[in-house]
Structure formats: C-alpha cells, structure tokens
Design a protein around this ligand. Structure first.
Ligand SMILES: Nc1ncnc2c1ncn2[C@@H]1O[C@H](COP(=O)(O)OP(=O)(O)OP(=O)(O)O)[C@@H](O)[C@H]1O
Ligand SMILES: [Mg+2]
Length: 333
C-alpha cells in the first residue's frame, strides 16, 4: 500500500511516501529553521506561509523520487495534531484536497504517534508492546505502547520539554536556533562535572519529570558569570547540562520499562539525536538486558515518513470519512 503523508505541525515541511508502512520510497523535508533563527524561535505565521509555498513542490519531488504518479497512491495521511494550529491547517487542507481529488481515503495521524512510528521504519522487526521515551521540542513522555494504536502516557514532564530546555540554554549561549544540536556538539570533550546542576524529582510520581528548575539554574549561572565578568567553561557547562537531562530521562525510562515488564525500549523525537542521552541509554539498556531501539538521526526530528508509517497502522477510513477533518493544537495521544 502506497501512502503519501504530509507533515506541517511546526517549522519543517515534510512530504513522504511509504510502501506498506515501513519502507520509505521518498522522504522530502524542507526545514524553515533558517527563516525562524532570525527571531530566536518559531514564528507561527511565517511557518504557515512557508508550508503553503513549498508543499506542492515537495509533493511533486516526492512522487518523482518514488518513481510514482498520483494514480499509484492509495491513501493520503496527514498530521492533524498537536502543533501550531495555522501550520497544521495548511497540511490538513492540502491533504484533504489531494484525497478528495484522487478519490482515496484520508488518514489523520497524531504527531507523537508518528514520532514513535519512526522506530518501525528503522527496525522492521519491532512490534508492540514496548516502552517508548518520547523527547522532542514540545514533549517529554514515557509511553506504554501496548499496540500500534493503543498507548498511554505513564510519565511526563510537568513543565518544560527537554528540547525546549536545550533550545533556551543554547540561545542564551549564543548558539542560535534551534540549538539542541549545537549544544550537543559544544558538549563533546567537555567535563560533565564542571558545574553542579539540579536533577528534579516529583514527590509521589517517580516517572514524572521537571526541567524548568534546571533551565533556570543554567540561565542564572550564565547571567551571573556575565555580570561578574567571569569566564564560563562553555564546554563543561554544555556537558554538565546534557548529563543533568540524561540523568533525568534515562533512569525513569529504565524504571518504566521494568514496571511494565518490557524488555524492548524505543526512543523518539528530535532530542533522541542527543549523543549523551543515546550513550547513557545504550549502557543502561545493556545493564538491564533490554533491547534498545534508537532511530537514525534523520528519523528523530520532524519528517513525513514517520507519519506515513503510522498511518499504515491506523484504522482504514472510508472514502469520505475524514473530509471534515479539523486540526488541533493539542490532542491526547
Ligand atoms: N543532538 C541534539 N541534542 C539535543 N537536542 C536536539 C538535538 N538535535 C535536535 N534536538 C532538539 O530536538 C527538538 C526538535 O525535535 P522535534 O522536531 O521532534 O520537535 P518538535 O516537532 O518541534 O516538537 P514536538 O514533536 O513535541 O511537537 C529541538 O528542540 C532541537 O533542539
Ligand atoms: Mg516533532
């Protein structure tokens, strides 16, 4: 089954085609990061406008790379939640028009389900149930994936997402936007004990997390050093910060897997690209005799291949079922 998927939930425009869910035939991603970097973060209106500008070209390019015509498509999938509402609406309306014009079904996909599904592409043998750590720009969650479309959150951040935290610290260090990757690069070779940073816990909720205290501690540290004219150990700070995030995520992931009796652990979302988190997860999974699924970097950040993959596992709608589909800024998993 050839599914063409559209992803426009934030500042990446994605169009992809997969065959039978797990095989990528084309995966076109246009990142608008440079357009938003000027403002230090995503400007929703600019994101929506640029999705409109590039979508048709990306769709044509995806079909050409997959060596298919529109007549070969059997369904259109689209991210309909959660995300920037204007940006989502561009994708939803584009997908609706395509599905209606081609006379094929429209499959709505939840963005976070898509991030999780990136693992099915990377690991053809992976099947639920498993535990998934979702760490992205807007989410930090431990998800009990009981089946392809049956999952629940068993632990989550109470405030900032890990990616948000990486981006804010990176911005104050002058590393640009989005800064997660730059902060990761800066941390290479740095002393992860150079600075003592907090690791928050939530009383009575051991699987929940909080990153706002860590973020504030790092921002205060940078501003204080600046005011006193002290030289920061930037590499050490980046490494200490990555260690604090990893020390929050990794033990909770292992505890959640143990509580659910899972020996299979997957990771999803843009922050899953972080080298410290990947290294710590690999070593913790080895110690616990668990199999770890880490998607390759191109499937960690936003892309439409993961949306097409998840669509394959969602219930197949009738031809006219979703033509009244709306977009939602937030939506439960
Ligand atoms: N190597 C890295 N280390 C840490 N963070 C990283 C790395 N690479 C990317 N990131 C972060 O990943 C985030 C982007 O991930 P993703 O595209 O999944 O998020 P999003 O789509 O904006 O949010 P969500 O999926 O929650 O809606 C950014 O915060 C970015 O800084
Ligand atoms: Mg995302």
């Amino acid at each position: 089954m050839n599914i063409l998927a559209i992803e426009t939930s934030c500042d990446e425009t994605g169009v992809a085609i997969t065959r039978n869910g797990r095989e990528i035939l084309a995966n076109e991603v246009f990142s608008q990061a440079d357009l938003h970097a000027l403002y230090g973060g995503v400007v929703p209106e600019i994101a929506s406008r640029n999705h409109i500008i590039v979508l048709t070209k990306l769709m044509e390019s995806a079909l050409s790379k997959a060596d298919l015509t529109k007549a070969d498509l059997e369904a259109i999938a689209v991210t309909y939640a959660p995300g920037l509402i204007g940006a989502l609406l561009v994708g939803v309306n584009f997908a609706k028009s395509m599905a209606y014009a081609l006379g094929i079904p429209l499959i709505p996909v939840h963005h976070i389900r898509g991030h999780i599904a990136a693992n099915y592409i990377a690991y053809p043998e992976l099947k639920p149930p498993f535990l998934c750590l979702v760490v992205s720009g807007g989410h930090s969650q431990l998800v009990d994936v009981r089946d392809y479309t049956d999952m629940s959150i068993i632990g989550a951040t109470r405030d900032d997402a890990a990616g948000e935290c990486f981006d804010k610290v990176a911005r104050v260090l002058g590393l640009g936007y989005p800064g997660g990757k730059a902060l990761d690069d800066l941390a290479q070779g740095g002393d992860d004990k150079a600075y003592t940073l907090p690791r928050s816990t939530i009383d009575g909720h051991p699987l929940d997390m909080s990153f706002s205290g860590l973020k504030t501690a790092v921002l205060n540290l940078i501003h204080n050093a600046d005011q006193k004219g002290e030289t920061l150990d930037r590499k050490g700070l980046a490494a200490s910060f990555a260690a604090a995030i990893s020390d929050t995520l990794v033990p909770r992931t292992m505890q959640a897997a143990a509580e659910q009796n899972y020996k299979h652990i997957a990771v999803a979302g843009g922050v899953a690209a972080n080298s410290r988190i990947r290294r710590d997860l690999e070593s913790a999974a080895k110690d616990a005799d668990c199999t770890l699924y880490l998607p390759p970097l191109f499937l960690c950040g936003d892309n439409a291949a993961m949306i097409a993959c998840q669509a394959y596992f969602e219930p197949k709608p009738g031809l006219l079922d979703n033509l009244d589909l709306n977009a939602y800024a937030t939506k439960p998993l």
